[in-house]
Write a protein that binds this ligand. Structure first.
Ligand code: VGL
Ligand code: ZN
Length: 223
């Protein structure tokens, strides 16, 4: 198959960045210059995703009763609304990326003039959706975006994933991209985690399924 690379920029939004983000990833804003350089390369398609939740989203700690409603700490079990036998453990967060708020906006310094498609995710209040492809339920998925179709319609062979956060939405988007059949690369310098200590475990998961972590210099040589 011919090499046809896509760039997928995950959730580079105000709420995931200092100084004002409700779920600010340390150094979140600092990756934008690197992403803008990658955006200048001739990827066949460049896509930005946005976490885009309703105010009553299940992942917001504020929508759950105490004591198990501590943002960043509490875990809850959610049931697949269409198949109660399937459950997922998921973390609760501060309210973030609420549709129509400043926090949901892409960073203004991101060069979106180079981006052809914006994919929004996390609309369904009943499920968490870290991956820009689909929620974690499988029998069946409750929500799917058009990301897989955008990539396959463009005959993409390789997907390069960057953005926020390395240990949540970048990770699940990269794992799903590989699962969908694309050769998948995560650009190390162009992502930051919520929690630094999670990264070795994330890289182990990549290794198991064949997702590769790559440096930006190598991307410049390849694309
Ligand atoms: C994300 C936590 C909650 C992310 C989204 O974009 O990594 N993290 N929602
Ligand atoms: Zn979210």
């Amino acid at each position: 198959m011919a090499f046809k690379p896509a760039l997928v920029i995950v959730d580079v939004q105000e709420d995931f960045c200092p100084p004002n983000g409700s779920l600010a990833v340390p150094g979140g804003r600092d990756i934008v210059p690197t992403i803008n350089k990658l955006l200048s390369l001739p990827f066949a398609v460049k896509i930005a995703t946005k976490d885009f939740h309703p105010q009553d989203h299940i992942s917001f700690a504020s929508n759950h009763p105490p004591p198990n409603n501590v943002p960043f700490e509490s875990m809850i079990t959610i049931k697949n609304p269409e198949n109660p036998d399937e459950t997922e453990e998921t973390r609760l967060w501060p309210d973030h990326c609420v549709q129509g708020t400043k926090g949901s906006e892409l960073l203004p310094e991101l060069d979106i003039s180079q981006v052809q498609h914006i994919v929004e995710k996390g609309h369904d209040k009943r499920v968490e959706m870290y991956s820009a492809f689909a929620d974690p339920f499988t029998k069946p998925n409750i929500s799917r975006s058009n990301l897989a179709k955008l990539l396959s319609d463009a005959h993409i062979s390789d997907v390069y994933v960057v953005g926020l956060a390395a240990d949540y939405c970048v990770k699940f988007t990269a794992l799903d991209a590989q699962k969908e059949g694309f050769k998948t690369w995560v650009v190390g310098e162009a992502t930051k985690p919520v929690d630094d200590s999670s990264i070795p475990g994330v890289y182990d998961e990549y290794e198991k399924v064949g997702v590769k972590v790559i440096g930006q210099d190598e991307v410049f040589r390849k694309v």
